[in-house]
Design a protein around this ligand. Structure first.
Ligand code: NAP
Length: 257
């Protein structure tokens, strides 16, 4: 039996992941705060696909709720796919930011993602199977182009996922980072989307289908809208070319007295 745990499954990208994975025949364990929305989705997907759909309502920014989900990942051996999708944005300018909102965002976008992976990784690594999909964002690649905290949380998820690939990929675990651009979901106010050129906004179904196609093609990092994969490969190659110079016994000449 194969079960996918999808966080943030009550709306948007997570809801579409849940639907697509159910249609692929996976049983589902759906996580988000809104139990009513999860139950409505579960009822529909059970009827439409015949798979088993369970819900686990939880506020992943809350330590006690997070612990419940971690425990399920540790002990439920049917779970072989984790989609770390729940996330929030919209913190506004740092000069006006509410520190409590920033803490909640970091707890959800970073702490929960890290702890859910840490809960499931030992079992996946020992079994030599399993799939971890982490939703990050193209803002991870454009830190000066949006707000200050959300892109940094997504840069964490991208770096974390790349490190997981290095560590767990060799043990037979599939790890994918998905970097959506602007995608039409409730994370945006409708008025905000109205101000963005339509050619920059992707339909959520198309975004998730592209991300799953990338997973099927064995990609570790998927940018659904990027036309030319070679452009990203050369970005990574330029970063890799720095490696021999990043830790040496002498400071660079321009810094020496
Ligand atoms: P969305 O429609 O607002 O959905 C967010 C989901 O996360 C909902 O199911 C929400 O459910 C859940 N959630 C929020 N706070 C939670 C909490 N404290 N505990 C548990 N679940 C919580 O947003 P989306 O666009 O689908 O976003 C999904 C992911 O994609 C996020 O990580 C986001 O950063 C990323 N992303 C989105 C875009 C975009 O343009 N849409 C672009 C790049 C990346 P409840 O409210 O019921 O808890």
């Amino acid at each position: 039996m194969s079960t996918a745990l999808v966080t943030g499954a009550s709306s948007g990208i997570g809801e579409v992941y849940a639907e697509r994975l159910a249609r692929r025949g996976l049983d589902l364990l759906l996580v988000a705060r809104s139990a009513a929305k999860l139950e409505t989705l579960a009822t529909r997907l059970r009827a439409e696909t015949g798979v088993n759909v369970d819900i686990l309502p939880a506020d992943l920014a809350n330590p006690e709720d997070l612990a419940k989900v971690e425990a399920r990942l540790r002990h439920d051996r049917t779970i072989d796919t984790l989609v770390n999708n729940a996330g929030i944005a919209g913190e506004g300018a740092i000069v006006d930011a509410d520190p409590a909102y920033l803490t909640g965002m970091i707890n959800l976008n970073i702490v929960a993602v890290t702890r859910l992976v840490a809960a499931v990784a030992p079992r996946f690594a020992a079994q030599g199977t399993g799939t971890i999909v982490n939703l990050t964002s193209v803002t991870a690649l454009m830190p000066g182009g949006f707000t200050s905290v959300y892109p940094a949380t997504k840069a964490f998820v991208l770096a974390f996922t790349e490190a997981l690939q290095a560590e767990l990929g060799a043990k037979g675990v599939r790890v994918q980072a998905v970097l959506p651009g602007i995608t039409r979901t409730a994370i945006w106010e409708a008025e905000q989307l109205d101000t963005i050129p339509a050619e920059m906004v992707m339909d959520v179904n198309e975004m998730v289908d592209a991300a799953l196609a990338g997973l099927d093609q064995g990609e570790n990092i998927t940018i659904p809208s990027l036309p030319d994969q070679a452009a990203f490969d050369s970005f990574i190659a330029a970063r890799d070319a720095l490696h021999p110079h990043l830790s040496r016994d002498r400071a660079a000449p321009r810094y020496r007295a």
